[in-house]
Design a protein around this ligand. Structure first.
Ligand code: ATP
Ligand code: MG
Length: 682
């Protein structure tokens, strides 16, 4: 997001930066306000100015709660607010801000007693939850059944959907996981044990953070106290909150009606998290007396881009926000580029990026967007080869990378030696150690009061003796509190881990940078616990910073999944792999709701562009197995780029014109995509 012009800061008439509707929202009284409006209409700007307005009217910043989708987004908004407030430039820094999860983590520690929690609870990320579910599943004996029990990630999905939707297990299975219906009673037992296991270990998963917050607000006194800390609550991207989050907000506002939420139903992209477009539409009935404000002027995109995105949205089955208009005249039509294959797509994108860089558009003002993390693999390889710095957002998150998890598992053992999952992870890194030996080692440690150094007296199988010795020594050196500074702890761990790492990962070099980055981030922390908590709640958002530290004055090209691009904007946007199967993704083209969501994702992607939009798609996909051969299949252009949308694009092809043996590159390929498209929406 672009920040405000610095010339505007300090001006008394800063409200003149807003149009009439935005100003109405910014200066609204203390009742509930819903701002519902399309992309780029200044919703986020409105919220930032609202913060500034409140502070300028004397509201204590520490009594404002700002809920956003990422920490990055919160920071950017507060920077905008600081720039706008004429007095006290740093006041906005004291605003309570962050994601629902991070704010819950803070509040639950303050109200731990009332919530029946230990204030030192730890938070598990999604893959930890899966692992714990797996452990429980094995202990209950469900894993060894003849017919295959649902996999751990499916179990975690089912659990999360029940919790978030508030529906009972049967209903969730019937609607979303019908092939698991036969396991209903086992799943119920599994989830009960999972909850017990979490409580025994004093851990909360992501869903718990929201659930505990919601439940604790049932108590009148807690609700009064907790809600009473905040004079004003503001929420961005409200279309991606779910019923639990709405319930939390109602609980927080029992005795005070000042709440402002902003969102765009057309950009709702987290349906699979049981988020619900209804949430935003039901706001007026959930917060009686709400004032509803609509914004229709788009300030982000030039007119030709806006026309294309408006046309795209015409396909939506249901929509509530209107077509947008823009005063940003001129500008070029978006370009739809048919590429012969992925390599040509990479070449095309890189050529345009560099061309614009030469024209003075920094790399970081340009972004390449894609539906799923791995779709940028070959582009990344090419960027590395050409020494072009980039940062990748979304996809496999930093903390989910196996090698990062390995290293973090050591720290977790030191922090909480009862953390079985971390023990299993670390023990099974050793050559010659499988689940049985790991279980036996853990039993031994348990008998010795969970002292990590007691591993020294464990009697391992001969094949594992050497590794076990090194591990025990590392743990011995590190046990006994935070004696060493955190980076020194990591260094000692790496003394043990690096040789293991070299052995188990095929291509260790790029991964090594992640370990270095982890060590670097750790340098900013005094306490191991705080470090571990932040890693789970606000993990570094970029990975694959593989081409080295950004050179060229700290400039880098942005690569991002569409999900992680939410709320952002760039001068030039390249949406790659706009082929059916990638967009909509194959896995999400099953039901009408899923397709609807894929369309909204496409809308989110294209509406990130300010001045230039390129949509590219490769005609051929080579099959990885036969990389040297010529085995390939042909792709079709994304069904969302129908005739009406394509008419708003200029067309281009890369390399040679497609030859006779290739299907027509256009949407009128005789395969009647338009017809298929319509049928999907019947
Ligand atoms: P999205 O739906 O994508 O989150 P949004 O509605 O939050 O978009 P913003 O990001 O707040 O929109 O604003 C889009 C762009 O328009 C930003 O560059 C912002 O600074 C600019 N903008 C918003 N309102 C105005 C205005 N009244 N005058 C000039 N520029 C504006
Ligand atoms: Mg926004």
């Amino acid at each position: 997001m672009a920040s405000m012009d610095s010339t505007q800061s300090g001006r008394e008439d800063w409200l003149a930066d807003l149009n009439a509707q935005q100003r109405q929202a910014v200066t609204a009284g203390d009742g509930p306000v819903l701002v519902i409006a399309g992309a780029g209409t200044g919703k986020t700007r409105t919220l930032a100015y609202r913060v500034a307005w409140l502070i300028s009217k004397g509201v204590d910043p520490a009594r404002i709660l700002l809920l956003t989708f990422t920490r990055r987004a919160a920071q950017e908004m507060l920077d905008r607010a600081s720039a706008a407030v004429s007095r006290g430039t740093h006041a906005a820094g004291r605003v309570w801000s962050g994601t629902f999860h991070a704010v819950s983590n803070r509040l639950l520690r303050m109200y731990a007693g009332a919530a029946g929690l230990d204030e030192n609870f730890t938070v598990m990320d999604r893959s930890d939850s899966e692992d714990l579910i797996n452990l429980v599943r094995q202990r209950l004996g469900f894993a060894s059944r003849e017919r295959r029990f649902p996999r751990k990630n499916t179990c975690a999905d089912i659990y999360s959907r029940c919790v978030n939707s508030g529906d009972d297990l049967k209903t969730v299975l019937q609607h979303h996981f019908p092939w698991c219906l036969e396991w209903a009673s086992e799943l119920k037992a599994l989830f009960r044990s999972y909850v017990e296991a979490k409580q025994e270990r004093r851990v909360l998963d992501y869903d718990d953070l929201l659930l505990y917050w919601l439940r604790i607000l049932d108590d009148e006194a807690v609700a009064r106290s907790m809600g009473g800390r905040f004079d004003h609550i503001l929420v961005d991207e409200y279309q991606d909150t779910n019923a639990i989050q709405a319930g939390i907000l109602r609980g927080m506002r029992r005795n005070n009606g000042s709440i402002m939420v902003v969102g765009d139903d057309a950009q709702s992209i987290y349906g699979f998290r049981a988020a619900n477009v209804r949430n935003i539409l039901d706001f007026p009935s959930q917060f009686p007396g709400a004032c509803v404000i609509k914004l229709e002027q788009n300030y982000r995109s030039v007119k030709p881009i806006l026309e294309a995105t408006n046309a795209l949205l015409e396909q939506a089955a249901e929509r509530f926000t209107k077509n947008l208009w823009s005063e940003r005249r001129g500008g070029m039509k978006p370009v739809l580029v048919t590429c012969r294959d992925e390599n040509e797509q990479n070449d095309y994108v890189i050529a345009r990026v560099l061309e614009q860089y030469e024209q003075g558009i920094q790399l970081r003002r340009q972004a390449v967007l894609f539906r799923i993390g791995y779709l940028s693999d070959s582009l990344e390889a090419e960027l590395i080869r050409r020494n072009i710095p980039y940062r990748k957002y979304g996809g496999l998150r930093f903390l989910e990378a196996a090698h990062v998890k390995d290293l973090v598992a050591f720290l977790r053992i030191l922090e909480n030696p009862r953390d079985e999952l971390a023990w299993f992870r670390v023990l099974e890194l050793l050559e010659g150690v499988g689940p049985a030996t790991a279980e036996r080692a853990l039993g031994h440690i348990g008998l010795n009061g969970y002292r990590p150094e007691s591993l020294l007296s464990f009697d391992p199988p001969v094949s594992a003796a050497e590794g076990m010795k090194h591990l025990s020594e590392a743990l011995r050196d590190l046990s006994g509190g935070d004696k060493l500074a955190l980076p020194a702890q990591i260094e000692r761990i790496r003394g043990f881990y690096d040789p293991v790492f070299e052995r188990i990962y095929e291509n260790p070099n790029p991964r090594r940078r992640d370990l270095e980055q982890l060590e670097y981030i750790a340098g900013g922390y005094k306490s191991r616990r705080q470090f571990l908590t932040d890693l789970v709640l606000d993990p570094p958002s970029s990975t694959g910073d593989l081409s080295g530290p950004p050179t060229r004055d700290e400039d880098w090209l942005v690569l991002s999944t569409i999900h992680s691009a939410k709320g952002c904007e760039w001068d030039s946007v390249y949406l790659i792999h706009a082929s059916d199967g990638c967009l909509p993704a194959d896995m999400a083209a099953g039901s009408k709701e899923e397709l609807d969501e894929e369309l909204r994702l496409t809308y989110v992607a294209m509406t990130r562009a300010k001045d230039r939009l390129y949509v590219t798609w490769p005609l051929r996909y080579y099959h990885r197995k036969h990389r040297d051969g010529d085995a390939h299949s042909y792709a079709q252009l994304s069904r969302f780029l129908d005739d009406d949308v394509c008419a708003r694009f200029d067309r281009a092809t890369t390399g040679q014109e497609p030859e006779g043996d290739l299907p027509d590159a256009g949407p009128l390929s005789g395969l009647d995509i338009r017809g298929r498209m319509k049928a999907m929406w019947d």
